[in-house]
Design a protein around this ligand. Structure first.
Ligand code: NAP
Length: 247
């Protein structure tokens, strides 16, 4: 951690665990004041905030279900009151449960679209009204969208929607000097990817990219750090597929 504060505020949704927690650590190290958003894992979120504060960063944990518009509005209000107006929004929160389309229940369809699509919509709508000019929005797609594997129809459909939001929202923010991009990771060793897979299935995924390993949360956090920082100023409306070359 360099401890040099940059005076900017970043919200990372779904930052209690997995990729989001690595992003929160990285952005804190980059000098951002960080909001660690979570829906259920309060213990993990509080522990992460204590870790970041111990390293000299400003950080708060904010419970908000991103699929709930009122929760999201309150998250932005809490952020403004405690840290200041938002400069960077990372829409990382998401779920993935793979099943053949024919076996997918109405409840799973609704839950996946509510968190992955409505959740992103809710934060983008709030961001349009409240973010500082010169800011950065980083959405989360997935490389599975390019692989078209059986079982991924609903999840991929949600990520296709997120990519569509990314392209259009970048243009709708014309004149604000805010970039809107998305990261599309390949397989990353988190609960979302590992849960429900056999060791053999995990190894098969690990062999897919020419770099011959699973991604780690820090691989993705580095990409988010770039997109959140000054060096990406001319990258806008793009989908960055960070996947070791798998597709
Ligand atoms: P993860 O380890 O399962 O973590 C998910 C995070 O999202 C948790 O912090 C969780 O917090 C939070 N979350 C879930 N539902 C939420 C809600 N309704 N409101 C707010 N937060 C919520 O997942 P991950 O692997 O880090 O995935 C992060 C993002 O990367 C997702 O968008 C995923 O689709 C994308 N991605 C992942 C992979 C991969 O292989 N891992 C590949 C491509 C794309 P709580 O525990 O508090 O609910």
């Amino acid at each position: 951690m360099n401890n040099v504060k940059n005076g900017k505020v970043a919200i990372v949704t779904g930052a209690s665990r997995g990729i989001g927690a690595a992003i929160a650590r990285r952005l804190a190290s980059d000098g951002f004041a960080v909001v660690v958003n979570y829906a259920a894992s309060s213990k993990e979120a509080d522990t992460l905030v204590e870790e970041l504060k111990a390293q000299g960063a400003a950080a708060i944990a904010v419970k908000a279900d991103v699929s709930n518009a009122d929760d999201v509005r309150r998250m932005f209000e809490a952020t403004e009151q405690q840290l200041g107006k938002v400069d960077v929004l990372v829409n990382n929160a998401g779920i993935m449960k793979t099943l053949p389309l024919a076996d997918t229940s109405d409840a799973l369809y609704t839950q996946t679209f509510d968190i992955n699509v409505r959740g992103t919509f809710n934060t983008l709508r709030e961001a349009a009204a409240r973010m500082n000019n010169g800011g950065r929005v980083i959405n989360f797609s997935s490389t599975t969208l390019a692989l078209n594997m059986p079982g991924y129809a609903i999840y991929n459909a949600t990520k296709a929607a997120v990519e569509a939001f990314t392209h259009v929202f970048a243009k709708e923010l014309r004149g604000r000097d805010i970039t809107v991009n998305a990261v599309a990771p390949g397989p990353v060793a988190t609960a979302l990817f590992l849960e429900g897979k056999t060791e053999e299935q995990i190894q098969n995924f690990a062999k897919m990219p020419p770099l011959q390993r699973l991604g780690q949360p820090e691989d993705i956090a580095s990409v988010v750090s770039f997109l959140a920082g000054p060096d990406s100023a001319w990258v806008n409306g793009q989908i960055l597929r960070a996947n070791g070359g798998v597709a």
